[in-house]
Design a binder for this molecule. Structure first.
Ligand SMILES: NC(=O)c1ccc[n+]([C@@H]2O[C@H](COP(=O)([O-])OP(=O)(O)OC[C@H]3O[C@@H](n4cnc5c(N)ncnc54)[C@H](OP(=O)(O)O)[C@@H]3O)[C@@H](O)[C@H]2O)c1
Length: 432
């Protein structure tokens, strides 16, 4: 490497589930990152190439291992820690070995919400390794910290901030997720009571980060849940939802200050619109409303057809974590919150575009030829861009014709096996 060329940041991918495999794909395509290792728990994945696990259609030569010691011993700069469960010993070993950690695990959003002994251990490991750890994702993360902090940058008086998360799962063909894990189609009394408490634990610390950043620390976090029932037998992609069974779940996490709700996160999840409640649902995505001296009402909808949501949704969480790497690398040692870090800026540079983008580009080029409003010069530019990106993606992918053929694209994850459980990771729908 030329001495003037900065050394790429060497990254370990820890766990390759729904989010981890998408992060891995982003690392492989990132202009500033180099993959150093992949840790997996699933014995079937041991020895498989990272490109295979990422679904990137490339061979990287980096093989997945279940040897945690070998991963900790690697000469790497950062670990993307994305397992199903948090093991604080693992995290501390990574940090003490000199690897910064960026994680989608919810434990680290708000240091003061950690058990004091755990916090002390993690901070000690950071001090030993000269490293930092940061938790992020889409929700919590982007929608509970990054977006509210930007929106509130124009207020001088905040009366209330509400964040609604919407998901309509009627076209999600995942019976296990909807019926077994989330509990749709069950009678209300069959659903456990743990979900609201779990979401309070998952989202409360993140709401606290935002409130504290604004100088308005919360006194407590409260959680409630409402259920909506199907008004008739409904056929959805995953199966039948019988009349009178659970078809909607709305969980409200309230950040309380001086006896009133200051910040609210509300998860609105339905599997059909035929419900006995008027929840004013919007398309899958979020709505953020800010009341105060500069009121705002901002809607962020995932601009993806519902039947293709599973292909895209992991990126909303995984990409934020990957994009945070540079800021975390530059941070002072310790547990670093969204407020400690500078703005997370995506370094896209000469990275290959995604297959979906490539396909869209190809479509635009074709469409442009028939569109009287389409300037030829634009078509030429797009065609050139498309050709350049296709070449950049390398011989393997070009040869398999992945670019521009999304329906046959192995990069697209199969309809996922997301997790929304009552006892561990009952988080948002980006999990799924
Ligand atoms: N903040 C956010 O917006 C957000 C959104 C979604 C998810 N998350 C969090 O991100 C993490 C990953 O989510 P995901 O959807 O990718 O989960 P997932 O699909 O269930 O995958 C998690 C991976 O963890 C590993 N694993 C399996 N069993 C394990 C166990 N008992 N202990 C430790 N690891 C185990 C496996 O890795 P291998 O397959 O490689 O063996 C598995 O694929 C979760 O902790 C979740 O809470 C955060």
């Amino acid at each position: 490497m030329d001495e003037s060329t900065p050394r790429p940041i060497r990254v370990v991918q820890w766990a390759t589930g729904n989010i981890g495999s998408r992060a891995l794909r982003a690392v492989l395509a990132h202009p500033d990152l180099e993959l150093a290792g992949v840790y997996v728990t699933n014995p079937d994945k041991v020895g498989r190439d990272a490109g295979d696990l990422a679904g990137s259609g490339t061979t990287t030569g980096v093989l997945a291992t279940d040897d945690a010691d070998a991963i900790v011993a690697l000469d790497a700069d950062v670990a993307l820690y994305m397992p199903l469960r948090c093991d604080f010993d693992e995290v501390c070993r990574l940090l003490a070995s000199g690897k910064d950690v960026v994680t989608t695990r919810g434990e680290f959003h708000h240091p003061a919400s950690l058990a004091p002994d755990v916090r002390a251990r993690v901070e000690q490991a950071c001090a030993e390794g000269g490293t930092s750890i940061h938790a992020t994702g889409s929700s919590p993360g982007f929608i509970t910290e990054a977006i509210p902090l930007v929106l509130t940058s124009i207020v001088r008086r905040l009366d209330h901030l509400s964040i609604d998360e919407y998901a309509n799962l009627e076209q999600r063909n995942s019976p296990a997720l909807l019926f077994d894990i989330m509990g749709f189609g069950k009678r209300p009394e069959e659903l456990g009571k743990k979900r609201a408490a779990h979401l309070a634990a998952a989202f409360g610390p993140s709401l606290r980060v935002t409130a504290e950043a604004l100088g308005l620390p919360l006194d407590s976090i409260e959680a409630t849940e409402e259920l909506a029932l199907a008004t008739r037998d409904v056929q959805i992609a995953a199966g039948t939802v019988a009349a009178g069974t659970v078809a909607g779940q709305r969980t409200v996490i309230s950040g309380m200050r001086d006896g009133v709700e200051l910040i609210r996160f509300r998860a609105n999840w339905i599997c059909t619109t035929e419900i006995d409640a008027d929840w004013d649902m919007q398309a899958t995505g979020w709505r953020v409303q800010m009341a105060g001296d500069t009121p705002l009402d901002v809607r962020l909808e995932f601009d993806v057809p519902p039947e293709r949501m599973a292909e895209y949704s992991p990126g909303y969480t995984a990409h934020r974590a990957v994009n945070a790497i540079a800021a975390v690398r530059a941070a002072a040692p310790g547990i670093r919150t969204s407020v400690d870090l500078p703005q997370v800026v995506a370094s896209l540079g000469s990275a290959p575009i995604s297959d979906a983008e490539a396909a869209e580009l190809a479509g635009l080029v074709t469409a442009g030829g028939q569109d009287p409003n389409f300037l030829p010069v634009e078509a030429d530019r797009l065609a050139e861009e498309h050709a350049a990106h296709t070449a950049h993606r390398g011989d393997d992918e070009a040869a398999t014709g992945l670019v521009g053929t999304p329906s046959h694209d192995p990069n697209f994850l199969p309809v996922e096996t997301g997790r929304v459980t009552g006892d561990d990771d009952a988080g948002d729908l980006q999990r799924s």
